[in-house]
Design a protein around this ligand. Structure first.
Ligand SMILES: Cc1ncc(COP(=O)(O)O)c(C=O)c1O
Length: 440
């Protein structure tokens, strides 16, 4: 049917991402404003944000410092070329970022999203080995159920079947470790006890392909989009030992765990495991302006800093890498986190959050609950023959009752802004309890 190009609110032209377009357009859920912990809907309702937007608005919404920084930057220097030119705020932000990162992370490469951070990290890994004369290291290892964004590298190392199967043969030379979600860990609180041995599967992959063919392993320290899979105790440490032993780089995809979600700047610090690279985005600008970054060690960066000084060292970058407005937003965001002590706040609230989320045990259809930092997941028994439907119905009912949750498969995931108050946690979990009681 022809589009109505004259009516501003004709919904058909916009092909929405990761959305059931036809269903949405029959009953749209429109957000028109946001402040603090709440969204305002187009029909004037207040909806409690239980998901920090899409795991990105860690400081809550409409933070004055961030808004002002963007306004001021747009009026002062709207854009500067990213290649062979610089502007002060990108350098300042890189410094602030490496200050926040674990000891030993010294450089930041800017991107525009989590997906681009992943592609950038994978490309740096390949080019790093080549720069060192180790050009047989071309394989990349991901994990089943992993989510690393939607670009070709990310979906190749990623392990979410629907994100992969429609898009051809993907990248060659990729293998996957098993995911860490095992039945013994049902109802786990924080890190589960069982499953560190699953990291040893990397040894099997190394034995199969030869360590000298493997460039990097990429994992989410806590897998989010696949339905919140918490790493078993000792698992990440073991992965680090094996990768180090074989000269394989370890990349942490911290797109959701970065910027306080677990109560520390990065999950690497929380788990005390030092990766070679961290891919981040989302909370870097509080979700306000697209921006991502890859953080690397000096060893990786310095491997490129050879040869004639007039030559470009890494043939990679984006028009908007470190662009002025995003850099200004990033600086204001990091200041907001620091001034409000939000990472510490997340750590302090985590025990209350854990109790609240686990109080849903015993409600109808609930078959598992897990949590870590300010992340919680409630897994529902799928409706026979209609997977995802029950959780999606929970999402719709919760939205009607004024709380925003997210679902993936039949798992409800919650990741509120770190400014959340105990009363909001009670509202979120109380509403979800009511919703679960009325679900078919
Ligand atoms: C772990 C992880 N990596 C990458 C991405 C992709 O980020 P973006 O949607 O900004 O491209 C996401 C998004 O949720 C993510 O959770």
């Amino acid at each position: 049917m022809a589009l109505d190009r004259t009516t501003p609110n004709d919904l058909r032209a916009f092909w929405m991402p990761f959305t059931a377009n036809r269903q949405f357009k029959q009953a749209p859920r429109m957000l028109v404003a946001a402040d603090g912990m709440f969204y305002t809907t187009s029909d004037g309702r207040q909806v409690l944000d239980g998901t920090a937007g899409l795991w990105c608005c860690n400081a809550g919404h409409k933070r004055p410092k961030i808004t002002e920084a963007i306004q001021k930057q747009a009026a002062e220097l709207d854009y500067a070329p990213a290649f062979q030119m610089g502007h002060p705020k990108a350098f300042e932000l890189a410094n602030r970022l490496v200050d926040l990162a674990p000891e030993g992370i010294d450089h930041a490469f800017f991107t525009n999203s989590g997906s681009e951070s992943v592609e950038t990290a994978l490309k740096i890994a390949l080019a790093y080995h080549r720069a060192k004369g180790d050009s047989s290291r071309t394989r990349l290892i991901g994990r089943e159920r992993g989510y690393h964004g939607v670009n070709f590298g990310g979906i190749s190392v990623g392990g979410i079947v629907n994100n992969r199967r429609h898009f051809g043969t993907l990248m060659a030379g990729v293998d996957h470790m098993p995911h860490t979600h095992i039945p013994e860990n049902q109802w786990s609180r924080g890190q589960p006890e069982h499953g560190a041995h699953l990291a040893d599967e990397l040894e099997r992959i190394v034995a199969l392909h030869g360590a000298d063919t493997i460039a990097a392993v990429i994992v989410e320290p806590v897998a989010g989009s696949t339905g919140v899979l918490i790493p078993p105790k000792g698992y990440l440490q073991r992965l680090r030992e094996i990768t180090r032993k074989h000269g394989i780089l370890l990349i942490f995809d911290e797109v959701i765990t970065g910027f306080g979600r677990l109560g520390s700047a990065f999950a690497a610090q929380h788990f005390d495991v030092m990766p070679d690279m961290i891919a981040c985005a989302k909370g870097l600008t509080n979700g306000v302006i697209p921006m991502g970054a890859v953080l690397t060690t000096a060893e990786i960066h310095d491997a490129f800093m050879t040869g004639p000084e007039n030559l470009i060292e890494l043939f990679h970058g984006y028009t908007y890498s470190g662009c002025p407005i995003a850099s200004a937003a990033g600086l204001a965001t990091l200041e907001t986190y620091r001034e409000d002590g939000l990472f510490e706040r997340a750590a302090e609230l985590a025990p209350y959050w854990e109790e609240a989320v686990h109080s849903l045990k015993g409600r109808r259809h609930v078959i598992d609950i897990r949590n870590m930092g300010l992340i919680g997941a409630v897994e529902l028994e799928p409706i026979a023959g209609a997977p995802t439907k029950r959780a999606f119905n929970a999402f719709l009912k919760a939205y009607d009752k004024g709380v925003l949750i997210r679902t993936t498969g039949d798992i409800i995931a919650m990741s509120p802004p770190l400014i959340i108050e105990k009363a909001h946690i009670d509202q979120l979990i109380g509403t979800l309890a009511e919703v679960l009681d009325t679900l078919d």
